[in-house]
Design a protein around this ligand. Structure first.
Ligand SMILES: Cc1cc2nc3c(=O)[nH]c(=O)nc-3n(C[C@H](O)[C@H](O)[C@H](O)COP(=O)(O)OP(=O)(O)OC[C@H]3O[C@@H](n4cnc5c(N)ncnc54)[C@H](O)[C@@H]3O)c2cc1C
Length: 384
């Protein structure tokens, strides 16, 4: 007889692992399946660890605000150090167009309850020593945003999920989803079949392939991004800096200094590079180094330790796709978190746990409505 679970989650990544934790803590019998050897080994381990509630989409602001509460209270609640630090985020403006769009967004962000303000160049200089003042018009500062270690966080969620009774099966690729009478019945992997009431697709950049097995099309595509880490230097900056200027090869770029003094940064390739590419390129390093020096000229002698590449699970509007779908009972999407799956993961997991418990708050219902599969995808996230 094949085993039966309340919930089977496909993917033990940034989203699936905290979702398993919240569902197991709520008393459900949970199984997590992952094709890789351990938790957090998909895109999760490629994330640089930025966590912000500073978005343009109110649903993302809400979910990430919840995530920040979870990340920032983790050590006090569970004891383990996930390297959380509330250093803030600063979106800087070196031209009028960026200044205007950031100031327009401040209205939405403040209305959604974010602690965020516009800072003068002199005020930014106090939290980012050595920032290039030439042409700097100011920028936003949201001090409650921060960063944490994606590997340590995922391991912490995994540990608490397992403690609450969730089972994890690794090296088990999902190959079929069995449906009867518009209802999910079971999931088949290379090793076995598992019955369930709810099936959560948290398969990240590979979510569209999984969803195809259930006959549901989801517009999620792997979008390749690279990152770098430098040698450590004495602490000189607090917030993550985001520079939205378009430059040759990239449409924006962001970096922060972690607790050990390393700078960790990323850029959005321009044009985007679609596909599940994971090998570093020779173009990336000279491009991002130019961008780093443009914002902090004194970094010109800093040595880079390594670069790596992974994928964002990208959607057409830059926002995730969450919740139930029409015509297939028991199927739940937790997909398309784009470049923000690490920061969205705990907030998403908490909401989806409330969904299956049938106790969603009014705000959570509004989030799931805004992020449903059958939306128009016309309302683009401005701070991707
Ligand atoms: C360079 C870079 C920097 C980034 N920086 C940040 C950042 O600062 N902050 C942030 O929030 N996000 C960041 N991201 C984005 C973040 O990494 C992703 O949004 C996030 O990891 C997606 O989470 P996920 O759980 O959906 O996918 P994943 O973490 O990839 O998990 C999906 C899991 O599903 C499994 N799976 C897939 N198919 C199957 C199958 N058939 N059977 C079984 N298992 C399967 C995979 O093995 C994988 O483990 C960054 C990404 C990159 C590449």
């Amino acid at each position: 007889m094949d085993p039966t679970y309340d919930v089977v989650i496909i993917g033990s990544g940034s989203v699936g692992t905290p979702t398993a934790m919240f569902m197991a803590q709520a008393g459900y019998r949970v199984l997590v399946l992952d094709a890789l050897r351990s938790n957090g080994q998909g895109s999760n381990k490629h994330a640089i660890g930025g966590v912000r509630a500073t978005h343009s989409d109110p649903a993302k602001i809400y979910l990430c605000s919840d995530s920040i509460k979870i990340f920032s209270s983790w050590k006090g609640t569970y004891g383990d150090d996930i390297e959380w630090h509330s250093g803030g985020y600063s979106f800087v403006a070196y031209d009028k167009q960026v200044e205007h769009s950031l100031k327009d967004l401040l209205v939405i962000q403040k209305k959604a309850g974010l602690n965020i303000d516009w800072k003068t160049p002199e005020e930014l200089q106090k939290v980012v020593h050595g920032i290039n003042m030439q042409g700097l018009l100011g920028g936003t500062l949201s001090p409650e945003d921060g960063y944490a270690s994606p590997l340590k966080s995922n391991f912490a969620f995994y540990t608490q999920a397992a403690k609450a009774g969730a089972e994890f099966r690794f090296n088990e690729k999902v190959i079929a989803i069995h449906i009867d009478n518009h209802k999910v019945q079971s999931v088949q992997t290379v090793k076995g079949t598992y019955h369930c009431k709810w099936l959560v697709n948290a398969a990240g950049s590979w979510a569209a392939d999984i969803s195809k097995l259930a006959g549901i099309t989801v517009p999620v595509r792997p979008d390749s991004h690279e990152a770098l880490v430098t040698e450590p230097v004495a602490h000189f900056m607090e917030p993550m800096i985001v520079d939205l200027r378009r430059r040759s090869g990239s449409s924006n770029f962001y970096f922060y200094q972690n607790g050990d003094g390393h700078l960790i940064g990323c850029q959005t390739p321009d044009p985007q590079i679609w596909g599940d590419f994971q090998a570093e390129t020779s173009e990336f390093l000279p491009q991002i180094c130019r961008r780093l020096i443009e914002v902090i000229p004194s970094l010109k002698n800093l040595r880079v330790r390594r670069t790596w590449r992974g994928t964002y699970p990208m959607t057409p509007d830059g926002s995730p796709i969450l919740g139930e779908v029409a015509d297939l009972e028991g199927y739940i999407l937790a997909v398309g978190t784009c470049g923000q799956g690490f920061m969205l993961g705990p907030g998403v997991g908490q909401v989806l746990s409330h969904l299956i418990q049938g106790n969603l708050s009014t705000e959570e219902k509004a989030c799931l409505h805004d992020l449903r599969l059958d939306r128009s995808f016309g309302n683009e996230e401005k701070l991707r």
